[in-house]
Design a protein around this ligand. Structure first.
Ligand SMILES: O=P(O)(O)OC[C@H](O)CO
Ligand SMILES: [Mg+2]
Length: 235
């Protein structure tokens, strides 16, 4: 029998870019705003922003691009909001997310979401996916009072570990799924194992600290982590 990487009992999912394809909307809006300043948005900046709380990502955006004298982080958030508000409800579930969530739920593995997104955005993004998110034991949002700092701080994952039945759960028994460098770092800072499912455009130097890197959730093999195996015929 193959060795188990870590004996996992609980699973925490990131949301944006991992369960739902919302990261492309942030990218699009940021490209539009930067074009006004004759600047281009690239993946090295994207890598620093993704996964963070809105205001923390906004500060990185205006400072790194050198536009902070013309546009404050707060005004940037106001400006992008009109576009995001119409985009978020159209988002799709990422490949393999539905199968994995349904499998873990059906086999009794406690699952939850830990996201940098605040409540208003969470509601817009999950509008059409209530069936899936209702399978989560709980959801911890970026504007939760217990989340003092966004990822890469471990706050959101530690709050998520506390809220499982019988919590706090030992971090070494928790597997986190993440797409963002800040999120992978946050999970490691919380003492958890982490599977990274990065966008292929993200520099591979960000893969190093993840325990496993997959190109899609479809490639995840629960048995490697001591979790109930997938049915072969499941799709
Ligand atoms: O990737 P998440 O779910 O932590 O979301 C964080 C931001 O809202 C988007 O990068
Ligand atoms: Mg994410």
């Amino acid at each position: 029998m193959a060795t188990v990487k870590a004996p996992i009992t609980h699973v925490i999912f990131d949301m944006d870019g991992l369960l739902i394809d919302t990261e492309k909307f942030y990218t699009e809006v940021q490209e539009i705003i930067l074009a006004r300043y004759n600047k281009t948005f690239d993946w090295s900046l994207k890598a620093k922003m993704m996964g963070k709380k809105a205001i923390e990502a906004a500060r990185v955006f205006v400072e790194d691009t050198g536009i902070s004298d013309s546009l404050s982080a707060e005004d940037f958030l106001v400006e992008r909001e009109d576009m995001l508000r119409t985009m978020f409800p159209t988002c799709e579930v990422m490949p393999g997310a539905r199968r994995l969530i349904q499998h873990l739920h059906a086999t009794g593995v406690p699952i939850c979401v830990a996201t940098g997104s605040h409540r208003r955005h969470f509601d817009l993004k999950t509008q059409r996916h209530g069936d899936l998110f209702s399978l989560m034991h709980h959801v911890v949002l970026g504007d939760d009072p217990e989340v003092k700092q966004g990822k890469p701080s471990p706050d959101v994952f530690l709050a998520a570990a506390k809220r499982f039945e019988g919590g706090p759960i030992d971090p070494s028994k928790i597997l986190v799924f993440e797409d963002a460098p800040s999120g992978v770092q946050a999970a490691k800072n919380a003492g958890m194992s982490v599977v990274m499912v990065p966008d292929p455009r993200l520099d591979s130097s960000y893969h190093k600290i993840a325990d496993q890197v997959l190109s899609s959730l479809l490639d995840f093999n629960p048995s490697e982590w001591g979790l109930p195996p997938l049915e072969k015929e499941a799709s």
